[in-house]
Design a protein around this ligand. Structure first.
Ligand code: NAP
Length: 269
């Protein structure tokens, strides 16, 4: 039996236990996954926590994704490139950091839209934007990132993208994929109206991605025709399945987890 967890602060909102435990159930293992509240002042005791809870691996969420790195023995190349870890493997005393937001996002994107190289616009320049940028840059795509402040780009370790201000988007630019990596839309806001972005930006054949999964269809996604948009849920499930793969060497049951989540939001479980 393996014990797994997500650490964060606060942690009560997390869907990770639902997702991972659904996967364990589908795989027929007696592994378990819990949410652990770890105050930032206590992150330095992470090895004691691993020992006490007998963790075989764990996920890391806000606000620890960057700070955890100084407590690890190794960090994989992509996680290093964005300076953030969301998955840690525990091999005896050796702790290794990974970032499955990058791989999970790309799995989701490729499943939905296929492999073709694309001109990509990412709106927002926070933690999720860094993972999405890394994923598309690794895929050979041409990436532009739009932020509301140019200072946001000082936080990026990589420079293989074009930076711009959201306020400079004219709507005449041509992109094949447009990704909302901000929280704007969670409360029913219309991203384009909120940011004063002309609708012509989304009127061509571009696909739209919103990293938000609640609501399932934001106003931003309503600008795109059926089959041309994706919400944040496939990324969330794939990042968890990729973490499971890192911990166990096995493939997670994406379909079973997705079904569990749909039942959950439908109020059936
Ligand atoms: P974050 O690090 O706080 O970054 C948010 C970004 O959005 C920042 O660049 C921020 O700009 C920008 N922003 C916020 N409000 C804005 C506004 N009104 N106008 C313009 N820009 C605005 O957050 P994050 O972790 O990147 O998360 C972003 C979104 O992705 C959230 O909705 C989160 O739930 C979602 N997410 C989904 C998944 C998934 O698996 N589906 C994974 C991670 C994140 P400033 O820096 O200027 O404030």
């Amino acid at each position: 039996m393996g014990n797994y967890a997500v650490i964060g602060y606060p942690i009560s909102h997390t869907l990770s236990p639902l997702i991972h435990n659904a996967n364990f159930e589908a795989k027929g293992t007696d592994d378990n996954y819990t949410a652990l509240s770890v105050h930032p002042n206590h992150l330095l005791h992470i090895r004691d926590l691993i020992a006490t809870k007998e963790l075989s691996g764990f996920n890391v969420t806000i606000p620890h994704k960057e700070a955890i790195i100084s407590y690890l023995d190794a960090v994989d190349e992509d996680a290093q490139k964005i300076g953030a870890v969301n998955t840690v493997s525990v091999d005896g005393d050796i702790l290794t950091g990974h970032n499955t937001d990058i791989t999970g996002y790309m799995h989701a994107f490729l499943d939905a839209f296929g492999q073709a190289a694309r001109r990509v616009l990412i709106i927002g320049a926070g933690g999720a934007a860094k993972a999405v940028h890394r994923a598309h840059a690794n895929n050979g795509d041409d990436v532009t990132i739009a932020a509301r402040r140019m200072e946001s780009f000082e936080q990026f370790k990589a420079d293989d993208f074009k930076p711009m201000l959201i306020s400079d988007i004219t709507g005449a630019e041509e992109f094949d994929a447009i990704i909302n990596a901000t929280p704007v839309g969670m409360k029913g806001e219309d991203l384009l109206k909120e940011m004063d972005i002309p609708e012509t930006l989304v009127s061509g054949s571009a696909v739209g991605v919103d990293l938000i999964y609640k609501p399932q269809k934001t106003k931003f996604l309503e600008y795109f025709p059926d089959g041309h948009y994706m919400n944040g849920m496939p990324m969330l499930v794939h990042q968890a399945m990729d973490a499971y793969g890192i911990w166990t060497g096995e493939k997670g049951d994406y379909e079973a987890v997705n079904k569990k989540y749909e039942d959950y939001i439908g109020g059936k479980s």
